[in-house]
Design a protein around this ligand. Structure first.
Ligand SMILES: Nc1nc2c(ncn2[C@@H]2O[C@H](COP(=O)(O)OP(=O)(O)OP(=O)(O)O)[C@@H](O)[C@H]2O)c(=O)[nH]1
Length: 350
């Protein structure tokens, strides 16, 4: 096993009870499966590993629901040592006491050896629950896990909670917030986006990973799900259209090399403009401008976005150079999900 490569790829572990929706999440977000098709997914029997080679390389490991991670035959150090986040999926439509009991046991076991692990609880399958019931369940889960951890002596453990469903944008938004915690340059990106929107009259701006539609950063104004959905749909529309005309998306970007970027904008009847521009092979900026004058000021918007793009390039070039100096390698390619492995390396029984 190549440890040097592993160190450059933080790992997202998806855990939870059987049929809670783990494989559906990876299939919909990273493999572009339609949510309805997940009804036919078979139960996972072995750890399913995906490598995402994009603006940042990371791995997603989908664990079979029935697996006991703390069984002495598993090398837990190998599983948890390079982890970026542990995502615990709870089926909100099912009885979840056992799931919460396993979750708290897992957190307690991990606190002793890996106290800095981010634990992200996805209160999942919330699509068919009405709003009141959904928020009751959410509160109940937060309360019960919090109480159990407090009883075990853990005050303020590193646990965050998200309401999710594969049938709407909530799963993309939740994964975006999980991934953002792994991006060292996040503050810089947010500051750049804040400057951009303030100088261009934009309502909200997102920097998206093109193929997964996870956003790696946005300005710091509150997230608005409607605007997020417009932006995410606009990426789909643009990618479909450019793919139709054979836009070459397969060449890895080489440091310093210029490329042709896709740029597109659309203005609705009420004057709202959606504006998209690719920043590099992996990332694109999508912004919504709720201002009737936007279409008359497109030149200024283009110019400001160009300046933003230059600044972004400088940020990523610096990170890329640092990676080279630190001995890492640039494995970025244009494809979001390049491999789906089933091997059991690193977690095989001792
Ligand atoms: N309503 C609803 N159903 C979902 C959602 N996510 C997954 N499902 C359904 O839940 C069922 C189980 O999903 P899987 O992804 O196979 O669950 P898993 O956790 O990977 O299961 P194991 O492989 O057995 O551990 C499937 O029928 C999915 O269609 C969701 O957000 N909403």
């Amino acid at each position: 096993m190549d440890h040097s490569k592993r160190q450059t790829k933080p790992r997202l572990l998806l855990m939870g009870q059987r049929r809670s929706g783990k494989s559906s999440i990876t299939s919909v977000v990273f493999h572009k499966m339609e949510p309805q098709e997940t009804l036919f997914l078979e139960s996972t029997t072995r750890i399913q590993k995906d490598t995402m080679n994009s603006f940042m390389d990371f791995q997603v490991w989908d664990f079979p629901g029935q697996l006991d991670y703390f069984d002495p035959t598993f090398d837990t150090t190998q599983i948890f040592s390079e982890i970026g986040a542990l995502i615990w999926v709870v089926d909100a439509q099912d009885e979840y006491s056992d799931s919460l009991a396993r979750l708290t046991t897992t957190i307690i076991n991990l606190q002793n050896t890996f106290p800095h692990i981010n634990v992200e609880v996805f209160v999942h399958k919330t699509d068919s629950l009405n709003e009141d019931y959904r928020s009751d369940i959410f509160q109940d889960i937060v309360q019960r896990v919090g109480d159990d951890l407090n009883d075990a002596g853990f005050i303020n453990p590193n646990v965050s909670y998200h309401l999710t469903s594969i049938y709407d944008s909530s799963i993309f938004e939740a994964l975006s917030s999980v991934i953002q915690k792994l991006i060292p340059e996040l503050d810089v990106l947010q500051n750049l986006l804040n400057t951009l929107i303030n100088n261009s009259g934009m309502t909200k701006a997102y920097l998206f990973d093109i193929l997964s539609k996870i956003y790696v950063a946005s300005d710091t104004r509150p997230v608005d799900s409607d605007i997020y959905e417009i932006c995410a749909n606009y990426i789909d529309l643009t990618v479909d259209f450019t793919d139709l005309y054979n836009y070459p998306r397969h060449n890895p970007k080489i440091l310093g090399e210029q490329m042709e970027e896709v740029e597109s904008s659309m203005t609705f009847e009420d004057g709202t403009m959606v504006y998209l521009k690719e920043m590099n092979k992996h990332l694109c900026l999508v912004t919504v401008i709720k201002n009737k004058e936007a279409k008359d000021k497109k030149g200024m918007i283009d110019y400001n976005v160009h300046i933003f793009q230059e600044a972004l390039k400088a940020v990523f070039d610096r990170a890329w150079e640092k990676n080279q100096i630190d001995g890492g390698e640039d494995t970025r390619t244009a494809k979001a999900v390049t491999s789906s492995e089933n091997e059991e390396d690193g977690i095989a029984p001792n």
